[in-house]
Ligand binder design. Structure first.
Ligand SMILES: [Zn+2]
Ligand SMILES: [Zn+2]
Length: 189
């Protein structure tokens, strides 16, 4: 479990490079900034939707929402609808998981849509990308494939046979902090 963000392992957490110099929420400079494309709801009721780089403290405490968050909220609610919970438990869990998601930076190379595997009524922790071929094989052969839900792994992701993807970063790795199950997703960058 990450020390800064619960859903991102510290080793997988990379501050943005120096293209952005100040937090788009609090304007602080000289601090680590993280990718967060979305909206900031201000106290006066207005919304600033020109948000790309945010400091850790603002991500954790400010009222922010990711762009296109409805996509992943749909994934969360589909997952919850299949759990054996009462209606009130389901709505409380939905509120808790959506809040956790909104208080986590984006995974920079997820270009298509946000998709973090869900397990044990929680969102799994992003642990990084494979860094070499051996790790790619090992992780994708010993992790559950996730694409908005648990799915059978398409044959093309048997990388030992089909060849490595163009970019190892197309594969994102996740781990459930409750049962330790590992997952991976695949998205072309
Ligand atoms: Zn800030
Ligand atoms: Zn689990």
């Amino acid at each position: 479990m990450g020390q800064i963000f619960e859903l991102i392992a510290d080793s997988a957490l990379t501050p943005l490079d120096d293209y952005y110099t100040e937090c788009h929420v609090c304007d602080s400079t000289g601090i680590g900034l993280y990718a967060y494309q979305g909206r900031h709801y201000l106290a006066d009721g207005t919304v600033d939707d020109d948000i790309y780089a945010v400091c850790a403290s603002c991500i954790l405490t400010e009222k922010l929402a990711h762009s296109c968050d409805f996509e992943y909220i749909k994934t969360i609610d589909q997952y919850i609808s299949r759990q054996e919970l009462s209606d009130s438990q389901k709505s409380a869990l939905s509120i808790a998981l959506i809040a956790k998601y909104q208080h986590t930076p984006g995974i920079p190379l997820f270009m298509q849509y946000e998709d973090r595997p869900l397990c044990c009524n929680d969102i799994t922790e992003f642990t990084g990308h494979p860094t070499d071929r051996e790790m790619l094989y090992h992780k994708t052969e010993n992790s559950i494939y996730w694409e908005k839900m648990i799915r059978a792994k398409p044959a093309i992701y048997n990388f030992r046979n089909s060849g490595s993807p163009e970019n190892f970063r197309d594969v994102a790795l996740f781990k459930c902090r409750h049962c330790k199950e590992q997952y991976f997703t695949f998205q072309f960058t």
